[in-house]
Write a new protein. Structure first.
Length: 496
């Protein structure tokens, strides 16, 4: 099928971009009906933006740089901080009902590592759902957008010069190819590679893997952010207990009721502290009884419902928590306009590496980065003179399906070997097993992204941000990781 611009992914980044591209024709490819299988709809905290008179984009950028542990691009940090207010205005125009203070101003909450309250929310913890509801309604009403769901993109189509000209998808009827003037990957993150994650299980880094297999440059894949406070209630995915709870005064305590970490420390610090308490057998809990108490059902309805489903009443009981794979700071390298190193390919949202997050994403900067860069990509592509691909044969690198039992085994292995705390032995053992499994099964997208994460994590012999090596606990001079297609022991295969 032919189109003008093809967007792979229907989360916040993909739909906001599609709307901004008007009047250019757009095809949005989605694995599931709109609103399903999207991490954006599950985002609780909101969007960080400097709006208050006591705040300033320069302060927001400085907090972003500090949280990123030496690897944030200062120009990009300032760019998203400067352009954020205009994008919030865009979302309000689309009908997003952000919370307001009694004087009518946007209410803003404080989250970890922010120096000012600057996170705009909806009904406490419903920002992601409310934003997605507004975007979906606008998308379905937009004449220039065609949505095709039930298709899973797995391979980029390239021409003889290596330019991206389309994407191959698996559907109920087999493989189907979509070709167009431009392809934009908005495929989300990689949390589904881990056994404990707050992401939809479908979020397995396919966009980064597809781009890497086509030859795109990848940056910082070792940096996976583990949200410190997922509900430890045995659900997969794990429900999230938003950081805004601690911003409102909820405390982190162990089983003895002892505080063991500053509630508003950076996420990597809090995640490791919780990991150590749980490993010690003391457990880790959120205590919101005094700070939120009877207001829980109205102030944080999503978290309250998740607690109730697990037979926990957070008004009267402690909430058991554990770190969970939450956000992938690494991804497909782009410039300030969302262009990757491959002609015809852009990337936006969590699958992209813009330089905004460094080694440790600042809380609630992900939704901000997504809308800022979607707007910038749209501005570039609206002026693009790119034409539809010719009828020349397009190349698709071979790919095999990953058996479900092997996928589950690798989720458990990544949880053991490449999670909150890592070491050379675990990473090397995982890489050895990956060689064996890839020789047996052939190339898969999951193996590609897993190899990128493990290879970069093994090579980074220091601890920085979301990457902590117990055998190399100190930090060295900051340097980013850049990788092209990782080496494969197997090269043959068939289409997925």
């Amino acid at each position: 099928m032919r189109s003008d611009v093809i967007i792979v992914g229907a989360g916040l980044a993909g739909l906001f971009l599609a709307l901004k591209l008007a009047p250019r024709r757009v095809t949005v490819l989605a694995q599931a009906p709109l609103g399903q299988a999207s991490s954006s709809a599950w985002a609780q905290g909101g969007m960080a933006v400097a709006l208050a008179s006591s705040d300033d984009p320069a302060l927001h950028a400085a907090d972003t740089i500090a949280a990123g542990a030496g690897l944030v691009d200062p120009a990009i940090a300032r760019l998203i901080a400067d352009e954020g207010p205009a994008r919030v205005t865009d979302l309000i125009a689309l009908g997003v009902p952000f919370d307001r203070s009694p004087d009518g101003a946007l209410a803003q909450s404080l989250e970890a590592a922010h120096s000012r309250p600057r996170v705009v929310r909806v009904a406490g913890d419903l920002a992601g759902k409310a934003i997605m509801d507004a975007l979906i309604a606008a998308t379905l009403a937009a004449a220039h957008i065609k949505v095709i769901d039930g298709v899973r993109a797995h391979t980029l189509l390239t021409d003889a010069q290596g330019a991206v000209r389309g994407v191959r998808c698996a559907s109920a009827d087999g493989n189907v190819d979509f070709t167009g003037a431009e392809v934009v990957l908005a495929t989300g993150g990689a949390g589904g590679l881990y056994a404990v994650t707050t992401n939809p299980k479908e979020s397995r880094g396919a966009g980064v893997a597809m781009a890497a297999r086509a030859g795109a440059l990848i940056a910082d894949p070792e940096f996976v952010q583990f949200h410190p406070t997922a509900l430890d209630v045995g659900r997969d995915p794990a429900p999230l207990a938003t950081e805004a709870l601690r911003g409102e005064g909820a405390l982190l305590v162990n089983g003895k009721g002892e505080s063991f970490v500053s509630e508003l420390a950076p996420r990597d610090v809090v995640a490791r502290a919780i990991h150590l308490e749980r490993e010690s057998g003391r457990g880790a809990f959120l205590d919101a009884r005094a700070a939120i108490g009877s207001h829980f059902p109205t102030h944080f309805p999503t978290v309250f419902a998740a607690c109730q489903a697990a037979d926990i009443d957070p008004r009267r009981q402690l909430i058991p928590v554990a770190p969970a794979a939450h956000y992938h700071m690494g991804g497909i390298v782009t410039d300030a306009w969302g262009q990757t190193t491959l002609n015809g390919l852009s990337a936006v949202g969590e699958c992209a590496s813009t330089g905004a997050h460094g080694a440790n994403r600042l809380a609630s900067n992900s939704l901000l980065e997504a809308v800022v860069f979607a707007h910038r990509i749209a501005a570039r592509l609206r002026e693009s003179n790119a034409t539809e691909p010719s009828h020349e044969a397009l190349h698709a690198s071979p790919l095999n399906p990953l058996p479900a039992d092997l996928r589950d085994a690798w989720r458990a292995r990544m949880q053991r070997c490449a999670s909150v705390v890592r070491d050379a032995g675990g990473l090397a053992g995982a890489l050895t097993q990956l060689d064996a499994d890839e020789n047996a099964v052939g190339p898969t997208n999951s193996f590609t992204i897993i190899r990128l994460i493990l290879t970069a994590a093994f090579a980074r012999t220091e601890s920085r941000g979301g990457h902590f090596r117990s055998d190399f606990p100190d930090a060295h001079a900051p340097a980013r990781t850049f990788l092209t297609r990782p080496p494969h022991p197997a090269a043959a295969g068939c289409d997925a």
